[in-house]
Design a protein around this ligand. Structure first.
Ligand SMILES: Cc1cc2nc3c(=O)[nH]c(=O)nc-3n(C[C@H](O)[C@H](O)[C@H](O)COP(=O)(O)OP(=O)(O)OC[C@H]3O[C@@H](n4cnc5c(N)ncnc54)[C@H](O)[C@@H]3O)c2cc1C
Length: 737
């Protein structure tokens, strides 16, 4: 272990407490959510953990043991989180943070259990977001857990979008599921025939209802929609065979086949009849957009939980690695520190932990943003109605005007009174928040799960061979594999990158990003050791790069920033995610420092915890900045053609005879020889003359500056490593292996 030559600042003594997490993740004032966390945790670390430990993941079938978990979810109030009190739910108001916390607690132990719980919400979400009032009342009540004395079994749902190849996957527009009208008596509800095949559908082993995406197969129906299917509907409701998946085995997945007759009032959101044609009020894309926008956040939170859950088992393994050996006597470094006597093991754990912190902060920030956005969306619907604004074009016009105004207000200096309108004016507040949510959601899904899966591998590797056995405490091997599913379902990385490549160029978001740069510099002036300054420079570099790519062409004159050019837009989206995650992490730690100080129960270990978490921020910020620098450099220079040793390429080079002539009146100039072309055309052995980067010189200045901004970041890593080596952990994990 490195011995410090100066007095080390206080560091953390124990793992972060619940109280600290409540402040960091923004629910310290929500007693209801704190209770929900406790009851979910009891299920996760009780029945869920026991089922995994007893081999419950070794079967693809929907077993009694797995089914019992659903009842445990009902009993703990988990199923009811999605509903409002009048529907049998737990609490009123937006539920995004609540669902994220449930997902976090369940995924801490097993991702499949979390998915089993969330898939029910996913099935209900189309109805919740776009269903008619009647549909909402009916299905929410059916899906709510039974009250005491009521022996009704709650209905379970499945969400069916994906179809067998070659249809719906990433490209959700390629629908093969069909509806047509088979009966339409005058004055009565039309009857629809639904044909839909699903692929990889969660909850299908036991679902009582399914929300399915279908397209019209009838001239009397316009476009696509989401339709609700029930298991008692006349026709075929075949659940199919279970998917032989290698992940999330505690959830049920299969390829169902539906051929059912249903009344047209099962179309989510209802329909109108125009000129004898049935027109669904929402097409399937509009519904799934509203649904995924929220549900993807919880998926991102699941992977964050995995990373943070790995910390304690890894520390315990590392510390105890050599205990029992003759040479490892109590009191010896080998006995006390075990593998933690080695710098690399600690540094890698610092990286896993820092990633977990950043991803949790990003995921919960996204969930809170949607909690704030939900009521605004309702108010906006009212505003449209009051102003008689109907139709997408009229709405877009209004939003565009508001966006322009929001941009000018966001760019005003801090403290300018005019900025207040961003809070008080509904339209301005909406466009500002909406543009943020549009970035936070795909960023949380993309970065948390994609990069999280990579870092889970790192966590597994820290346990050596044990990590890839079923006996590994904390089920880390399972979690590594499960993370890959989280990166895949509800739209894999390509879908999130595609969305980000559009939303991250929204001028309202870009104005906010400029504010973040200022914010980070201000934070850095008060908290120089939290990585905020490096992050501000990296954000500046990202903005410069985006602008450059939007206005530049490649060596063949092709436009660089455009939707078909995923090689440009996707990496830039990845780069942004690093920045957004690292910023959320810093903001959360500062909230803990500020608000935690006011809480007597936390006061004792708070400075050490904040110091440690700040070091993790600095580590993460350095990593994020490095990633941004790497990605941006590749994009800025990678599309230029390297000069060759040809006529055009050597035009800017020195020529030997020129230099000889100059040497006469500028003695010594030959010592600056660089890229000189000989009289016989010979040249230095390399790819070509070095590149002249005149147009990119601002980028190079930023690049150099950013390298300098990393000063101290490895010292932060050393401090964090030292902190981990001293931290006290419980004797044993609080759930079985
Ligand atoms: C266990 C499990 C549970 C699931 N649960 C459900 C469920 O409940 N309901 C449901 O409807 N679906 C469910 N799915 C399906 C899941 O959402 C899809 O598998 C996922 O969206 C990817 O679609 P795909 O498998 O067809 O991949 P593909 O579309 O074939 O994609 C393959 C690869 O190509 C890339 N790619 C594809 N298109 C593009 C593009 N345009 N640009 C760039 N790259 C592209 C993708 O990123 C991916 O890397 C589940 C899947 C699994 C495995």
């Amino acid at each position: 272990m490195r011995t410090a030559s100066v007095v080390q600042p206080e560091t953390l003594r124990t793992l972060p407490s619940d109280a600290a997490r409540q402040v960091q993740w923004g629910f310290a004032d929500r007693y209801d959510l704190q209770m929900l966390v406790q009851s979910t945790r009891a299920v996760a670390r009780g029945p869920v953990a026991r089922l995994v430990a007893n081999g419950g993941r070794n079967s693809h079938e929907w077993t009694e043991g797995k089914a019992a978990l659903l009842e445990a979810f009902d009993g703990a109030g988990i199923t009811a989180v999605f509903m409002d009190p009048e529907e049998g739910g737990l609490f009123a108001g937006p539920k995004n943070l609540a669902l994220a916390l449930v997902a976090f607690e369940l995924a801490w132990v097993d991702g499949g259990a979390a998915t089993a719980s969330l898939a029910g919400c996913l099935a209900l979400a189309p109805i919740h977001e776009r269903g008619t009032e009647q549909q909402q009342r009916y299905y929410m009540k059916l899906a709510a857990p039974a009250q005491p004395g009521d022996d009704r079994k709650p209905w379970r749902g499945a969400f069916c979008l994906t179809e067998p190849i070659p249809y719906v996957g990433v490209d959700t527009g390629m629908l093969n599921g069909k509806i047509r009208i088979v009966e339409w008596k005058p004055g009565e509800e039309p009857v629809l025939q639904v044909e839909k095949r699903g692929r990889f559908i969660t909850n299908i082993g036991f679902a009582n209802f399914v929300t399915a995406a279908v397209d019209s197969d009838d001239q009397r129906i316009k476009g696509s929609c989401i339709v609700i299917l029930e298991e008692g509907d006349p026709g075929v409701f075949d659940r199919g065979t279970p998917t032989r998946k290698m992940v999330h085995q505690l959830s049920s997945t299969g390829d169902p086949i539906f051929s059912l007759r249903v009344p047209a009032n099962r179309i989510v959101g209802g329909y109108d009849i125009k000129d004898g044609v049935l027109v669904p009020r929402y097409n399937h894309s509009e519904v799934i957009e509203a649904v995924f926008r929220r549900t993807r956040v919880t998926v991102g939170v699941m992977t964050a939980a995995k990373l943070l859950s790995a910390v304690e088992p890894v520390i315990r393994y590392q510390r105890g690695r050599f205990r029992g050996a003759e040479t490892a006597t109590p009191g010896s470094v080998r006995y006390e520190l075990g593998l933690q006597a080695r710098e690399d093991t600690l540094h890698r754990l610092v990286d896993v932990w820092a990633t977990g912190e950043a991803s949790a902060s990003l995921g919960f920030a996204a969930a809170r943003a949607f909690d704030e956005l939900d009521p605004l969306e309702k108010k906006m619907a009212k505003l449209y109605a009051e102003r008689g604004i109907t139709g997408a074009r009229a709405k877009a016009k209004l939003l565009k005007e508001a966006s322009d105004q929001a941009v000018s207000l966001l760019l005003l200096r801090p403290g300018d009174a005019r900025k207040e309108a961003l809070q008080s004016d509904l339209l301005l507040r909406f466009v500002a928040l909406d543009s943020l949510a549009d970035v936070l959601c795909p960023a949380a899904k993309l970065w948390n799960t994609g990069w999280g899966a990579q870092m889970m591998r790192e966590a597994v590797s820290l346990m050596g061979g044990y990590g890839i056995t079923e006996d590994c405490p904390g089920f880390l091997g399972n979690k590594w594999m499960d993370a890959q599913l989280e990166a895949t379902y509800e739209g894999p990385e390509a879908v999130q990158r595609r969305q980000l490549s559009v939303t991250m160029t929204n001028p309202v978001f870009l104005a906010r990003l400029k504010n973040w740069i200022r914010e980070m510099r201000e934070i850095a002036s008060e908290h120089p050791r939290i990585g905020a300054c490096a992050l501000a420079t990296a954000m500046t570099m990202w903005l410069w790069t985006l602008d450059h790519l939007q206005h530049s062409k490649d060596a063949d004159g092709g436009k660089l920033y455009q939707s078909a050019r995923q090689g440009v837009t996707f990496p830039l989206a990845d780069a942004l995610c690093w920045l957004v995650a690292a910023r959320c992490q810093i903001v959360d730690v500062l909230r803990l420092q500020k608000e935690g100080a006011a809480d007597a129960s936390m006061a004792e270990g708070l400075p050490g915890l904040v110091n440690f978490l700040s070091d993790l921020c600095e580590v993460q910020s350095a990593r994020a900045s490095g990633e941004v620098a790497r990605i941006c450099a590749e994009l800025v220079f990678g599309y230029n053609r390297h000069p060759a040793w040809d006529e055009e390429g050597t035009r800017g080079c020195w020529h030997e005879d020129e230099l000889e002539m100059l040497e006469g009146f500028m003695p010594g100039i030959n010592s600056y020889r660089f890229d000189v072309v000989g009289k016989d055309g010979s040249h230095p052995k390399k790819a070509g003359p070095c590149v002249n980067c005149a147009t990119e010189s601002p980028f190079l200045s930023l690049h150099a500056k950013l390298a300098g901004c990393l000063t101290g970041s490895r010292l932060a890593k050393d401090r964090a490593a030292e902190g981990i080596s001293k931290l006290m952990i419980p004797e044993a994990l609080d759930y079985p292996a």
